[in-house]
Ligand binder design. Sequence first.
Ligand code: GCB
Length: 568
Amino acid sequence: MINIQSRDRTSLNGEWKALVDPAGRGEYLRVWLEKKPQKKTDFFEYSFEGAPVLKVPGDFNSQMPELTYYEGTVWYKKQFTSSLQPGKRLFVYFGAVNYLADVYLNGEKIGSHEGGFTPFQFEITGKVRKGENSLIVKADNRRLKNGLPGTGYDWFNYGGITRDVDLVETSNTYIEDYFIQLKKSSLDTVRGWVRLNGPETIQKINIRIPELNLAHSTKTDGKGIARVEFSSDFDLWSPENPKRYEVIVESETDTVTGQIGFRSIEVRGDEILLNGQPVFLKAVNIHEENPYEGKRTYSKEDARQLLTPAKELGCNLVRLVHYPHSEHMVKEAEKMGLMVWNELPIYQHIQFSDSLMPQKMENMLHEMVRRDRNRCGVVIWALSNETYPGTPGRNKALAELTRKCRAADPTRPVTHVTNTQNYENNTFGVKDSLYLHSDIVSINEYIGWYIPWQGRPPDTRWNIAFPDKPVFISEFGGEALYGNNDGPADEAAYWTEGYQEKIYTDQVKMFGTIPNLSGVCPWLLFDYRSLGRMHPVYQQGYNRKGLLSENGDKKKAWYIMKKYFKSK
Ligand code: GCB
């Protein structure tokens, strides 16, 4: 179900008992049965009694020093009481568990979920007891070859129950999902639907927006689905005017309320249009990490902490990499007037030819789109990052996924990001056929860092095989340790702020040469933890491409970027 914030819910956040299980013994010992010793000679090695606690939401790595680099199983347990009345339904809803989750209620398995960044729920009506209940979650963040992402990635693998957990009570037939956004290209007409879940499929539906004096009535069919279409004189959402309305969706058996904004976003020819006007995307990449505390972010406050400097930099869009961030991030961004780029963790060396992959990708796509479809702030679905053309099955799988994404949401542009361009004689050649399925040609390039310049930046030439599409530089940059100001600002001085500044100065000069340029997005806002970044002096476990250090100190490159955004 969507919009759980407006439902009758009981938070299960807080302290959960935790058993660390590096040897994988818990499965064999069937921890979820919580066997108790009956006589003095009985013992159980894996017992929650006397176990330490972990905070939920929160990754486990940052909560116990011995778990810093841990990738494996942790068993979690939470007790709760219930007094569910007849005719009501109860669900347990997880914002996210990284990466595999098996969930048990009172000794019985109620479901499993794969994927570390999207929500899932299990119904426990008929299973929950009056009074005390015991919920056990096996969370396993081991990397899988056929996982999403796979085994190799440049960020920290925070494991555990990383987002909110709630019990959600509903009526027997409840409003499960709805889509209330302007139809493509329209500035005044909403086209969408409402879907019920439960036996009373045929019901009257009302959609009300009090501030607009608007009430729209419709009716669900035998499948519980109602078509929605109405027009109004909306005060449109934009970064300058992040206006949202209270929207009430009522059926005969349920009511759900939320803040919804209205805006149009589309790619027309080689431009990106917001509310019908060309917009230049002043963006920045953000990982879901609280830089100050070195942990996975999970709260509204964490979200604000990451988004406030993006505003200060002059951004109108945040690229939330490389996986769907928490709902708090997306909502706070929308409130603050930041457009959001939502991305799937289909990253680099994904095993497209694995027989389970199409289903995994599709599930994750639907979980992402379903959760955020009503967020006007979300303007782009990004389906992949830096996959390689040579990977068997890649183009077919991503073409199919794109088709499914457009079917699930016909209103937003879809993009794929590649770094497959070649760069010779100061000329970029961009011809990856994946862009045939992308509304925007999103390019990652690290000239000046991984690849040296081959001419003067303002003389760069471009040979793009998709001349009718907007171009977005989705990543560029280089590493610098804040405060490392030794030496001259040239190639001989890697890791210095001065050299990072030079990369930015050169890049800005080069941007002027890009045809159809519709936006740029530095890699990235804050230095962040990554297992692959172990230079003992300059990195110490951090990818140092931040414009800000992990303590929020501004590096010299910050000012170059800020000035550039101001000029656009
Ligand atoms: C990239 C990736 C990003 C990396 C970054 C880097 O191209 O998309 O995930 O972290 O480069 O720092 O190398």
